[in-house]
Design a protein around this ligand. Structure first.
Ligand SMILES: Nc1nc2c(ncn2[C@@H]2O[C@H](COP(=O)(O)OP(=O)(O)O)[C@@H](O)[C@H]2O)c(=O)[nH]1
Ligand SMILES: [Mg+2]
Length: 370
């Protein structure tokens, strides 16, 4: 049976751009999205822009299936107000700013490596590693505050005969672990918890649990060596070196003028795809496609390791609930074969069940019953 359910609204992945004031966050948002934002100085408001995820495979699938339209996945960038420098133990970033950072899925940490006398670094000198430390300390302090508040509440609650006492005690144990790691200056990305504790922790939006991508914002004259530019990050976060200013300028040009400028700067690729790829990687996300119907080919996002019914669920809850089987062909095979018929003839088109773990690039049609 083939039924094409109306897709449910998928909320796009949110990437938060954070950094010290004047590090180039708003400029980077412009470079990534083409959004023209006011330089908001030291203001407290976030800028947002949603863009389609660049995906050449979707263009090829559109050619193969020839449906009415193609719908890329989308991604939200949020340019957050600058995190302030802080002294140990002192909180200085406004709570409403931190609350916005808690809502994003992935953090782009913008580190200023460019000189600009007319618009100096607020600390008076350029030192990306120092700034990285400062930023992460901000995130640590913010998390420690949440954790210690929560621990205080739990301590008070478990004194009473509350029904969820066991779970509170388990949460307490987990939070003490979190607190310890934070106090030792570590990140929380590798910590694992039982599912019910995981759910609680998730609702606190701990900042040091979020995947990070480091953006080293260089001066325009330094970008020819950008791809190999290194900072020594102890946490091993992916790093991308670029010049936000130069990219923003190229973004604003007509298509045909871009190549020339890119050549001049020694660039082979603009930043957006690199940043999105790094963010997908850091978040453990993959893309799959649907395209069996007459209406559209579409790209979707799933966490790495997701099973076939979850792919259905990304499209519509009915497809997860009533999941029977998934028709699967990998993009590379379909690209090579040219159409589904030849893919079937070659034996690369197949039916997969509930336990199938979706691969990046799978082209999927869900069979389901209502
Ligand atoms: N030379 C140079 N200046 C930049 C670059 N990126 C940002 N800037 C400048 O740095 C200042 C702060 O940029 P902005 O994006 O407003 O920083 P924000 O406070 O982090 O949002 C502005 O004067 C920008 O023109 C860059 O790649 N190279
Ligand atoms: Mg700004």
């Amino acid at each position: 049976m083939l039924v094409f359910a109306t897709p449910r609204h998928e909320s796009p992945m949110k990437i938060g751009i954070i950094g010290l004031p004047r590090s180039g966050k708003t400029t980077l948002l412009g470079a990534l999205t083409g959004a023209t934002c006011e330089d908001q100085g030291y203001a407290r408001e976030a800028n947002r822009a949603t863009i389609p995820v660049p995906e050449p495979r979707l263009d090829r699938l559109y050619e193969i299936f020839q449906p009415k339209k193609k719908t890329p996945a989308s991604i939200d960038f949020v340019d957050l107000p600058g995190l302030e420098t802080t002294k140990p133990g002192e909180k200085s970033t406004a709570p409403q700013v931190l609350a916005q950072v808690r809502q994003v899925d992935c953090l782009l940490l913008v580190l200023r490596a460019f000189e600009k006398d007319a618009d100096p670094h607020p600390s008076g000198s350029i030192d990306p590693l120092r700034d990285l430390d400062t930023l992460r300390n901000e995130l640590v302090f913010a998390d420690l505050e949440i954790v210690s508040n929560r621990l205080e509440r739990i301590a008070a609650q478990v004194k009473k005969p509350v029904p969820d006492r066991e779970e509170l005690l388990a949460e307490q144990e987990s939070l003490l672990r979190v607190q310890q790691v934070l106090e030792e200056g570590g990140h929380l990305r590798d910590l694992e918890f039982p599912p019910q504790i995981e759910k609680r922790l998730k609702s606190y939006g701990l900042l040091r649990r979020k995947p990070e991508v480091l953006v080293i914002n260089l001066g325009e004259n330094e970008i020819s060596n950008a791809p190999t530019h290194e900072t020594d990050d102890s946490e091993g976060a992916p790093r991308i070196a670029l010049s936000a200013e130069a990219e923003k300028e190229i973004q604003s040009l007509e298509e045909e003028d871009r190549d020339l400028f890119m050549e001049e700067y020694g660039l082979t690729e603009l930043t957006t795809p690199r940043i999105i790829r790094a963010s997908y990687g850091a978040c453990g996300l993959i893309s799959f496609f649907t395209g069996g119907g007459p209406d559209e080919v579409r790209a979707w996002t799933l966490p790495l390791g997701a099973l076939a019914p979850q792919a259905g669920g990304a499209i519509h809850s009915d497809l997860e609930r009533g999941f029977i089987r998934a028709e699967v062909v990998h993009y590379d095979d379909l690209d090579r074969c040219g159409d589904i018929k030849s893919a079937k003839a070659e034996g690369v088109w197949r039916l997969e069940g509930k336990e199938y773990s979706v691969a990046d690039g799978d082209v999927i049609t869900i069979r389901f019953s209502t």
